[in-house]
Design a protein around this ligand. Sequence first.
Ligand code: PNW
Length: 449
Amino acid sequence: MTRSYRFPDGFIWGAATSAYQIEGSPLADGAGPSIWQRFAHTPGMMANGDHGDVACDHYRRYKDDVRLMRALGLHGYRFSVAWARVLPEGTGRVNQQGLDFYSRLVDELLENDIDPNVTLFHWDLPAALDDRGGWLNRDSAHWFTEYASVMFKVLDDRVKRWSTINEPWVVTDGGYLHGALAPGHRSKYEAPIAAHNLMRASGAGIQAYRAVGRHEIGVVFNIEPKYPASQRPEDIAATRRAHAYMNEQFADPALLGSYPPELKEVFGDAWPDFPAEDFQLTRQPVDFVGINYYTRSVVKHDDDGYPCRASRVRQPHITHTETDWEVYEQGLTDTLMWFKDRYGGLPLYVTENGAAFYDPPAAEGDVVEDPLRVAYLRKHLRALHQCIENGVNLKGYYAWSLLDNLEWSLGFAKRFGLYHVDYASLKRTPKASAKFYAKVIETNGEALA
Ligand code: PNW
C-alpha cells in the first residue's frame, strides 16, 4: 500500500518574504533609511553591487503579487514590515503613508482569503536607531515596543499571527560578529550584547502585545542542527558549542530563561554578566514558535574555527544548493523533534524553508523548470508529515520564498523563489515548483505521494 501524506485539516500552507528583499522604493512616501539601505550603498558590501532600490518592486506591484499567491492557493502569507517606513526615525513621529501601505496589503490579502502573518523585524533597523547604538543599546527593547505597539494598534483587528524578531542569530553573527550583513561590525564583544538585546526586545514586544492584542504572537528562529563528524570527544564538544551558539543562544533565553553554559567557552572574556532580571523579560509566554530550516552542518573541532573553535565538514556525496547548503531533510525532522523535547509541545510553524538553485531560462509562456527545488520541497514536506505523525504540534508551513528576491549581501544571483523574477522587466514567471506546491496545497499533502 502506498503511504498517505495527507496533512491535518486546518494546516496552513503559506509562503514567505521580507520587506527589504522584495519591496523596492525604500525611501518612498516619507520612509526613513534603514541600515540595509545604507549597507547596500556602501561600496564593496554587496555581491555585484546589488541593492534593494527596486528589488521586485513589490511596493508598487503588491496587488499583482497577491494574485500570484492566490494562483498557488496559499492559505497564509508571511511578510515583514519595514520599521523605517512606519517610524522614519525609528521612534517618535509616525509616517501615516508607510502604515497605509501595510494596511492596504493586509486588506488585499484578506479579500483573497489569505491570512497575513506579520514579522515586525526582519533585519532592516531604521538607520537613525543604528546611530544611537542599534542593538547594542539597551533602550532598543523600548524602541521596539514603541514601534510594535503602533503596528498592533493599526493591524491587530485584521492580523491574527505576529512574530517579533526574525532569526536573531543571523542578525548578530552576520551583523555584529563577522560583518557580512548590516550593520557590518566585527566584534566578539558586541555579538552577545546585540543577541541579548534582541531577545529582550522580543520579550518586551510580546509583553506589550498581551496588553492590547487579541490574537497570537511568537518569535522566529533559524535552527540548523549540528552533527559531530566523528565520535571523538573533541568533535562532540565542538558540536555542542556550535549548537549552543547558533540554536540555544536564542531559544533558551526566550523559552527557558537562561543561557547554555557552552556560551562562556565560545565567547571567553567577551561573555557578559547579564542582569538576572533580564530573563523575566526574555522569557515571555509565546503562542507559537516559528522555525526556519534550510540545512544541517557536520562539525569537527578546529582551533581556527571562529567563534566556536569548530568548523563544518563538507559532505561531498550530498547535493548542495547554490548557497552551498546541504540538502538534508532528516535535519528538519531532527530539528522539530529536538525542539519538542527541549522546549515542550508548544505550537510550531515552519516559517521558512527552501533552496537556491540555478534555474535555466524559460521560453516565453513556459514555466521555469526547477527539478532540484521540486525535489527539495517534496523531501522536506514528507519529513514534516513524519514529524506530525511523531506528535509534533505543527500548525503550518511557509515556503521561502514566494518570489526570487535580494538574497542580502549575496545579491539577486541566489534565487529561492517559487516564481522567477526577471530583474530587467520585473516579470514574474511560475517555476515548476510553484505548480508542484499548488498541487500539494490543493490536495492537502496527498500530491507528495
Ligand atoms: C534566512 N545561515 O536567512 C532569512 O530569514 C531570509 O531573509 C533569507 O533570504 C533566507 O533565510 C535564505 O538565506 C538565513 O547562514 C541566512 O545559516 C543565513 C543562514 C540562515 C538563514
